[in-house]
Design a protein around this ligand. Structure first.
Ligand code: DP6
Length: 379
């Protein structure tokens, strides 16, 4: 019976038939009174960007990202059964100290996922979280943070229902993380992750991220991402507001056609190892993302003068040396410098000599492609 169900589940996945209701867990076979787990989850950087969404965190277009290795959130979730099951109950600690201003976001997340995890109100939680990157670095911690929390919640669900498959475990973790923050669903599992239905990506879904399903050319093994911290202040416009401005945006329709085309192109680029093609798509996607911000109403600019200085320096260096270094941007002023591992020494030298001067307090973070979330401690 179990194998029949599992096969049914796999078949549905192949034909992309999984619906939200498949993630509702109502039956528990084990009683758990208390426990804890610790998971880490990395940040990710999109190559084809998610910008614009529909109701319930459904993306307006598919996106694809590199999972990072060093920039991550580590979260310990402790839980103990409580009598009163009317409300959620949780304490939130950031780097060991209470952090009240993070609580509304977590409360909203729990409200959104309650239907799928009805056991949550049976417990009091302590969420103890920290990042490996500086909090005020301008690196968004929502992707890694929501992913790490979702993994811990699935850890509890697995305790309650030990029979759930690994496939279900990771898909539901990504599904839950997505409800916390869209891009978080790409921080769960795999080095390169696609989120959003795309007819050339087997198993792709609007509901959760899937690992890029075909073999990646060795040119992209250990691809490097050096993150230049240009501006560490809080953004004037949040991503959530930016996504919203894609409604009635004059260029939205074109953008939502372009993104899946770029995903098709990057798919074959990743398979064939075409780094020149990679550079074109990735830089164009970064600038298109910011072009959408420049042309929304109200319009806004998240790049800083030093962001533009860095982009020009990268173009000049690439033209001069033919070293295939490129950039991408997320919704902020920082620059992600992407390059193959075999040019690491020359590129780091270039960064130190010519780019660090544009970073706030000379700060940058060396990262590379990683693998996804990891169980650190299971009690
Ligand atoms: C520019 O995932 O932060 O980084 O779903 O509202 O939490 P919410 O937005 P978020 O948006 C990320 C936008 C982006 C592009 C990307 O990561 O694909």
């Amino acid at each position: 019976m179990i194998s029949f169900l599992r096969n049914k589940y796999l078949c549905e996945n192949i034909f992309n038939m999984i619906s939200e209701t498949d993630f509702i867990t109502n039956h528990y076979s084990t009683e758990i009174n208390h426990g804890s787990s610790t998971w880490s989850a990395p940040s990710n950087i999109a190559l084809v960007k998610y910008w614009g969404k529909k109701e319930n965190q459904i993306p307006a277009n598919p996106s694809i990202s590199f999972t990072l290795k060093n920039c991550k959130t580590i979260t310990k979730l402790s839980y103990s059964k409580k009598e009163d099951t009317a409300n959620f109950s949780f304490d939130l600690l950031f780097e060991g100290k209470p952090k009240e201003d993070f609580k509304p976001k977590i409360q909203k997340f729990l409200d959104r996922i309650e239907t799928y995890c009805p056991y949550l109100k049976n417990y009091h939680f302590t969420i103890d979280t920290e990042n490996t990157f500086p909090h005020s670095s301008g690196i968004a911690s929502s992707a890694s943070g929501m992913a790490a929390l979702a993994m811990n919640i699935m850890g509890l669900e697995k305790e309650l229902c030990p029979s759930i498959t690994d496939e279900f475990f990771y898909q539901k973790a990504s599904f839950l993380a997505r409800l916390g923050s869209g891009s978080a669903c790409r921080s769960i599992n795999g080095s390169i992750v696609v989120w959003g239905t795309h007819n050339e990506i087997l198993g792709s879904s609007n509901l959760f991220g899937v690992e890029f399903p075909t073999l990646i050319h060795p040119n992209f093994n250990n691809y490097q991402d050096t993150i230049l911290l240009v501006d560490k202040g809080k953004k004037q416009v949040s991503s959530t507001v930016g996504h919203d401005l894609m409604h009635n945006h004059p260029f939205a329709e074109q953008r939502f056609l372009q993104a899946p085309q770029n995903l098709s192109r990057i798919k074959s680029i990743l398979e064939t190892g075409n780094i020149e093609g990679f550079i074109k798509i990735v830089e164009s996607e970064a600038l298109t993302l910011h072009a959408m911000m420049l042309t929304s109403m109200p319009y806004f600019i998240l790049m800083k003068p030093n962001t533009l200085e860095i982009l020009n320096k990268i173009w000049e260096f690439r033209n001069r040396t033919k070293i295939p270094v490129c950039f991408t941007l997320d919704a902020g002023a920082n620059v992600h410098v992407l390059y193959p591992e075999n040019v690491l020494v020359e590129t780091l030298q270039f960064i130190k000599d010519e780019l660090v001067g544009y970073c706030q307090n000379g700060q940058y973070i060396c990262d590379e492609i990683g693998f996804g979330s990891e169980l650190i401690i299971d009690n």
